[in-house]
Design a protein around this ligand. Structure first.
Ligand SMILES: [Zn+2]
Ligand SMILES: [Zn+2]
Length: 95
């Protein structure tokens, strides 16, 4: 599975018993659709939780998303290869 995750927060107006309200829903390019909320913050949290779920172990995540055309939660082959280079192991020993 190499689906990329490019979530967005969808927003639309909805009729409620209290009148019109904004609805928010986190959706991801992988096909996941989270719950609908009336508060944007909750949709944002859904999105963050989804990304936390799908993200690979920290060592495999991209550490240079801009340079590699990826996102910080992507598994990045370029960065994984870099980890294999000798001399970088100390990196993991910190902390
Ligand atoms: Zn996703
Ligand atoms: Zn990378």
């Amino acid at each position: 599975m190499s689906a990329r995750h490019r979530p967005t927060i969808a927003r639309w107006r909805e009729e409620t018993s209290q009148g019109e309200a904004w609805c928010y829903q986190a959706r991801c390019s992988c096909g996941v659709e989270m719950d609908e909320h009336y508060a944007r913050g909750r949709a944002v949290r859904d999105r963050d939780e989804h990304l936390a779920e799908v993200a690979p172990p920290p060592a495999e995540r991209c550490r240079a998303p801009r340079a590699h055309g990826s996102r910080s939660w992507d598994r990045c082959p370029l960065c994984v290869d870099q980890l294999a280079l000798p001399g970088l192991e100390a990196w993991g020993a910190v902390g």
